[in-house]
Design a protein around this ligand. Structure first.
Ligand code: BGC
Length: 790
């Protein structure tokens, strides 16, 4: 049992101060009493499971115990035999391991990215024939679908629809479990505020509140109500922690931040996932405040185990244990192993360190057998809870039939993920939705007919022919409407050659409307996809400018795994829509939205900058002592606008801010009210105080057609002991409205929404003033206020 780790009544990190001085002039505030830490997932620590774990552990040899802590992949196909299971390990060690041989000896605990019913069966059979027959756990990077692919996570987050995220996660768990996979290296819940960081595409964007809501939804979808169900998988929440804060947006780079920022901005989604019962976590590659996450006991033990009561296990990221030597905090493999295990990383993914180093560390007394036993116990717990001992094999069929049944769900996901950034303007008419009467539609661009690109950066068993490209979807649509689709590739994503321009311009000249499919290739975001430039790659910008110069109405569809700089397009292209990488049903979803069967409802979850030099750019920034106030930042500084926090060559704000997204109708907000004007701090500063004040507002569909609006609630807290963001999201709801219809929307605010982290790493509410805004983006202007009184 890991009980001793849980006896922590208070959230106290670093400092143990119990009382402290709050805002200047306010009374002393005592940190709230928080409930004793509960098991993060009772399924993992039920008495029945603990009994089985203890009995098994008592029978294991040291080699078998260590085996549970190592993980390898394998080369070779579905007809795997001993000879082709050797996996080349990291270039550093040059070691090769025969995974099948290890499985036969019972010295392998889990496998990485080995999928497929037949292929997993080869290894599982070997493991089951070993002395104790402990089944293998097959883990894989199933990030946005296994066979049926849905939008990349950043796009999916733009739906602001946790139920949809849950349904899709469950769908991919259903598909992957038929292929033997019982463990997903997902969700990635790293907050990312820097569009240069390629892995922004794998997360839910820049906001902790939304990130936490989406993290919970993934866990519900993957793990279901019962981990032991045949179609449940264990989630691995990654990458713990603060990987998304990589300095300068450069992949794997260091992160350094205050405890306040860590806890207020970066930790909430991981914590939400643990509270939802996540069975495993993955340590991140980066160092946090000088200590690599994979050896960081403050993260892995103090926060994850002691504060949050985590009962599952932590797997290192790929060769991250070995990389502790690169970080310079371990001079050799033995020290790296010792540091990672002691910090709380139970499973070594691919470093080939735990199996080679642990025996000697035990002999030398540098590790105790109790540490090894505790690690093994955590791994076995998850295996028992998943029902692997009862059902070690997947269903015998591979997934194929599921695709057609799952198309409607992934199509809806794609439709909801699209964010209409611009549609006409003050002097320009709206181009979208397109009229069904359009006779000739030109579709131009490198992403217009590339099925593989539509699937984004990750996938398990995706099958290119399943994908409906834009060309296919729009051609079918035009034909059905008695019109014609003209197609031209135009250019490649990254090339200098203009050989396709003439054909593109010819198509544009003949068309009534032009749709341009431009952006990044899917491999330009994701792991190792950091960019220092955020423009359209290659010569796509030049092609866009030439097509716009024809004078034809242009709709720009932007494919990307991150915010791009679209400054020129914003000024010159009448309609712009972010479509991310939409998945298997890309073409049908685009056709449905362009022609208005579905009105766009997506809202940005990362700010789109005006210039790359603004990065990291996020709406929930902190105030400065020299705020720009009402100064016009689009103009160069004058004598009264020089010494303020601003750039001299670009406005401070985002081109398209967090929460922004248009529809084919419009929404108006009015009458924001709070239920109470004053709340005593003694009532509010209490972890169980969940409904302290309600905020209500009226949202009205003021346009001509039905639509769905994501109503957003933002909060600002003034007068606290630690400065607070200029506003932060604390509620959202998707609301469907008919033309002319209005609804009263209610949000509840309690301790979780009003509290913040103070300089003593305590989560508190202080006597301060709150302003709330309700609206359709982070620039919402309808407001109300209340006070927390001493
Ligand atoms: C990535 C992880 C991934 C792992 C296994 C690493 O390089 O950072 O996100 O789960 O590989 O494929």
């Amino acid at each position: 049992m890991s009980v001793p780790l849980r006896l922590r009544p208070l959230v106290l990190a670093g400092s143990v101060a119990l009382a402290f001085s709050a805002a200047a002039g306010s009374a002393d505030v005592v940190a709230p009493t928080l409930p004793a830490v509960q098991p993060s997932n009772p399924e993992l620590v039920s008495p029945a499971i603990e009994k089985r774990v203890n009995e098994l552990l008592a029978r294991m040899t040291l080699a078998e115990k260590i085996g549970q802590l190592v993980q390898y992949g394998a080369s070779g196909g579905a007809d795997t035999k001993a000879g082709d299971t050797a996996i080349a390990l990291n270039p550093e060690t040059q070691a090769h391991v025969d995974a099948l041989a290890l499985a036969r000896k019972g010295e392998l605990g889990s496998m990485l990215n080995v999928t497929g019913a037949a292929r997993t069966k080869v290894f599982q059979e070997a493991a089951l024939k070993s002395r104790l027959g402990i089944p293998l756990l097959f883990g894989a990077d199933i990030i946005h679908g296994y066979r049926t692919i849905y939008p990349v996570p950043l796009g999916l987050s733009a739906t602001w629809d946790p139920q949809l995220v849950q349904d899709l996660s469950h769908m991919s768990a259903q598909e992957a479990t038929t292929a033997g996979v019982k463990w997903f290296y997902s969700p990635m819940v790293d907050i990312s505020r820097d569009a240069r960081w390629g892995r922004s595409t794998e997360g839910a964007g820049e906001d902790p509140y939304l990130g936490a809501a989406i993290a919970r939804a993934y866990i519900r979808g993957y793990q279901g109500k019962d981990l032991a169900a045949a179609d449940s998988v264990a989630a691995s929440v990654k990458h713990f922690a603060a990987y998304g804060a990589a300095e300068a947006g450069r992949e794997y780079n260091t992160t350094d931040m205050s405890d306040v920022r860590l806890r207020q901005v970066y930790l909430p989604p991981y914590k939400a996932a643990v509270e939802q019962g996540a069975a495993t976590m993955m340590s991140s590659f980066n160092a946090l405040n000088g200590v690599p996450a994979t050896a960081n006991s403050y993260l892995m033990t103090d926060i994850l185990r002691k504060e949050w009561g985590f009962d599952g296990f932590v797997v290192s990221d790929f060769t991250a244990v070995m990389e502790l030597t690169h970080h310079g905090i371990a001079l050799d493999a033995a020290t790296a192993t010792q540091k990672a295990l002691l910090a709380g990383v139970e499973v070594d993914m691919m470093s080939h360190y735990y199996d080679t180093q642990v025996p000697a560390l035990l002999k030398e007394g540098k590790l105790s057998i109790a540490t090894v036993d505790e690690a093994v116990r955590r791994v076995l717990r998850v295996k028992f809870a998943l029902g692997l001992f009862e059902r070690p094999y997947s269903a015998s069929s591979e997934v194929t039939a599921a695709v057609d049944a799952h198309r409607p769900l992934v199509r809806r996901a794609a439709e909801e993920s699209f964010v209409l950034l611009k549609n006409g303007g003050q002097a320009e008419p709206a181009v979208l939705p397109l009229s069904p009467g359009v006779k000739k539609l030109a579709l131009i661009g490198p992403l217009a007919d590339d099925a593989s690109e539509m699937q984004g950066a990750w996938g398990g068993a995706q099958h290119v022919p399943d994908v409906v490209t834009l060309r296919r979807g729009l051609a079918a649509r035009m034909k059905a409407q008695g019109g014609e689709l003209l197609y031209a590739h135009g250019t490649d994503v990254e090339t200098e050659s203009e050989s396709g321009f003439d054909e593109a311009l010819k198509a544009a000249a003949q068309a009534d409307v032009v749709v341009m499919a431009l952006g990044e290739s899917s491999r330009m975001s994701g792991e190792a996809g950091s960019r220092a430039h955020l423009d359209l790659p290659g010569n796509q910008q030049a092609l866009l400018e030439r097509v716009v110069a024809t004078g034809k109405p242009v709709v720009l569809l932007v494919f990307s795994g991150r915010p791009l700089v679209l400054d020129w397009a914003d000024k010159h292209v009448p309609a712009i829509m972010a479509v991310w990488f939409p998945g298997t049903e890309a073409g049908n979803a685009v056709a449905n939205v362009l022609f208005g069967d579905v009105a766009p409802s997506g809202k940005l979850t990362m700010s789109f900058p005006r210039a790359v030099g603004q990065e990291p750019l996020y709406y929930n920034q902190f105030p400065t002592g020299r705020p720009p106030g009402d100064a016009d930042l689009t103009k160069p500084p004058g004598h009264d606008t020089a010494f303020i926090s601003r750039y001299i060559d670009v406005a401070n704000d985002a081109l398209y801010p967090f929460g922004h997204g248009l529809s084919y109708t419009a929404f108006g907000y009015s009458d924001v009210q709070v239920s109470r004007a004053k709340i005593p701090v003694a009532e509010a500063n209490h972890a169980g105080a969940t409904r302290l004040v309600s905020v209500t507002a009226t949202v009205k569909n003021t346009g001509q057609r039905a639509g769905t609006e994501v109503v957003q609630l933002y909060v600002r807290n003034l007068g606290a002991s630690v400065e607070q963001p200029v506003r932060s999201l604390q509620g959202f709801q998707r609301v469907a409205l008919q033309p002319g219809e209005s609804k009263r929307v209610t949000f509840q605010l309690g301790f979780p929404e009003l509290s913040f982290w103070n300089a003593h790493s305590q989560q508190v509410v202080e006597p301060t003033q709150y302003t709330v805004w309700v609206g359709g983006s982070s620039t919402a202007d309808q407001q109300a206020s209340f006070t927390i009184t001493p």
